[in-house]
Design a protein around this ligand. Structure first.
Ligand code: FE2
Length: 123
């Protein structure tokens, strides 16, 4: 696992792109070539996750900052590791709700991302 304060890929619904890490392309290439299973990112204040090659890239929302983006409000992610599976749950602080967003099993290769496929149940 690797963690960055900033983001390695552009994050949807976070406004015009800037402040992506320097040399993001080369950094992403090294990560993908080494099959890093999980990359944690932030700075853009929008919860998001996407898998590229064998790597799950996860962006955090913002816990308490009032500079929220789009309609996501204040959120944080819970990351669980169960039975070789990475599970990302987004907690909405304002609504008091939680939703499992992503499940990814790097060993078996299966991946469900509710961000892109809302109809799939993953809990
Ligand atoms: Fe930041």
């Amino acid at each position: 696992m690797i963690g960055f304060h900033h983001h390695l890929v552009p994050i949807p619904n976070s406004g015009r792109e800037h402040n992506i890490i320097e040399d993001a392309g080369e950094t992403l290439d090294i990560i993908l070539r080494n099959n890093v299973p999980l990359v944690l990112m932030g700075h853009r204040h929008v919860p998001y996750a996407v898998k590229i090659h064998n790597t799950l890239l996860v962006n955090a929302g913002t816990f308490s900052c009032n500079r929220t983006r789009a309609h996501f409000g204040n959120t944080f992610n819970i990351i669980d590791f169960k039975n070789n599976t990475i599970i990302i749950t987004v907690i909405d602080i304002d609504k008091g709700t939680q939703q499992k967003m992503v499940k990814y099993n790097p060993l078996e290769g299966w991946y469900i991302n509710r961000y892109y496929d809302e109809k799939k149940r993953i809990d």
